[in-house]
Design a protein around this ligand. Structure first.
Ligand SMILES: Nc1ncnc2c1ncn2[C@@H]1O[C@H](COP(=O)(O)OP(=O)(O)OP(=O)(O)O)[C@@H](O)[C@H]1O
Ligand SMILES: [Mg+2]
Length: 379
């Protein structure tokens, strides 16, 4: 079976690697000459405004999917018109691209979020702040990732300075959630309607970028059912197929949806070694119409991102239980270049190796704060 993928970053690369054992052939549609997925799989080099190339790409595969959410909607629609099948659905992609449309959708289907308001002018910012209170986060509605395009408004004195930086773009103001921790749910639904939910993952961000994921999230059994029910609502409303990621805040024992990604996700990278079937394989199975694989965890996992620069591979690989993944990207500040996953029998037995791995990854603050990690273990 041939699977066409729009985009070709590290998510696509790991998808291609997951497809080989199953005999699934992935072909990527990508403008750039060198990209993580095109280093390991077949690539059609054309840009999203080349509609003829898109149409013939889509006709030449059994299903078209995507690995990043900023595929222009017009290009995705064109591919969907010419492909035998397109998944996840276009409506899901449209929602993933605009934070305001997405949060309105959450509201409509009964998924709790922090208070939010659209902001299109300075005049609209004042009543928006009254609605959310301070602190609040001002975010661009579109194109944001890894914390880009967002600023925290802590006090009234910040407002004019922040406005100058963001003016002219469609924005959304969100109440700052004083969360106890961040959790994500990787869920999957196949074109046949079968669903599976990985155990919740606990995520630690710094400067808006994911640094560390721990799975299964410690002490989260009381929240699993609630999180799954939220994903079920989204699946049903969108007649979804593929992997869906729901990022949430846990505050006062409740879950608030932060955002959804209608694709495989960085907080699910631990599933490559830490679950019976990885998120990448299950995404492919889901869109290909194959039975889904078990999502049962294999012990406990911790995933650490390498951001901006890469450590020596040998230093990472000396840590027992480490699995290293490099994406073939040129180092740049704030860029995700690779990750490593540690797997062990229990959370407690991960702690020592995790401290070493975090240090090697340059996450000194996290590494020197074992209390932060151990508190989350203890729940
Ligand atoms: N309303 C909020 N309250 C508290 N923290 C927030 C809020 N919004 C964002 N954050 C923090 O900033 C991080 C990044 O925000 P968000 O997920 O909205 O942006 P993003 O740039 O799309 O991230 P990514 O695409 O990498 O997941 C969150 O994971 C969280 O740590
Ligand atoms: Mg996010």
């Amino acid at each position: 079976m041939e699977i066409g993928v729009l985009g070709s970053g590290q998510l696509g690369r790991m998808m291609a690697l997951a497809g080989y054992p199953l005999g699934l052939r992935l072909r990527f549609f990508e403008c750039a000459a060198d990209s993580p997925a095109c280093q390991v799989a077949e690539c059609v080099h054309a840009c999203f405004d080349d509609l003829d190339a898109l149409a013939s790409f889509a006709r030449g595969v059994d299903v078209v999917t995507y690995e990043f959410e900023n595929v222009p909607l017009s290009a995705a629609r064109h591919a969907a018109e010419h492909a035998p099948r397109f998944a996840p659905p276009l409506r899901a992609l449209e929602m993933a691209q605009d934070r305001y449309i997405q949060k309105r959708f959450f509201q409509e289907i009964g998924v709790a979020t922090a208070v939010f308001c659209p902001v299109n002018s300075r005049a609209e910012l004042t009543p928006a702040i009254e609605a959310t209170g301070l602190p609040a986060v001002l975010k661009t509605r579109r194109w944001g990732y890894d914390g880009k395009g967002q600023v925290v408004l802590r006090e009234q004195a910040d407002v004019d300075r922040v406005w100058q930086a963001m003016e002219g773009l469609p924005l959304i103001l969100e109440k700052w959630v004083p969360f106890r921790r961040e959790l994500s749910l990787i869920a999957v639904r196949s074109v046949r309607g079968e669903t599976r939910f990985y155990p919740l993952t606990e995520n630690v961000h710094r400067e808006g970028i994911l640094r560390l994921s721990i799975a299964p999230a410690p002490a989260s059994s009381g929240l699993e059912g609630t999180a799954r029910a939220l994903a079920e609502k989204i699946f049903a409303a969108l007649d979804y197929a593929g992997v869906l990621t729901l990022e949430m805040f846990e505050a006062d024992g409740r879950l608030f949806a932060n955002e959804m990604a209608t694709r495989v996700h960085n907080s699910g990278h631990w599933t490559i070694e830490g679950a019976e079937t990885s998120q990448f394989e299950n995404h492919l199975r889901a869109v290909a119409g194959l039975p889904l694989g078990s999502v049962a965890p294999r012990g406990c996992s911790a995933m650490v991102n390498f951001i901006g620069s890469l450590p020596e591979s040998a230093a990472v690989l000396t840590i027992p239980g480490t699995h290293l993944h490099l994406y073939g990207k040129t180092p740049r500040p704030r860029r995700k270049l690779g990750h490593a996953t540690l797997r062990a029998a229990s959370h407690a037995s991960l702690t020592a190796s995790l401290g070493r791995l975090l240090k090697i990854a340059g996450e000194d603050t996290l590494a020197q704060n074992p209390a932060l990690i151990e508190t989350s273990w203890a729940g």
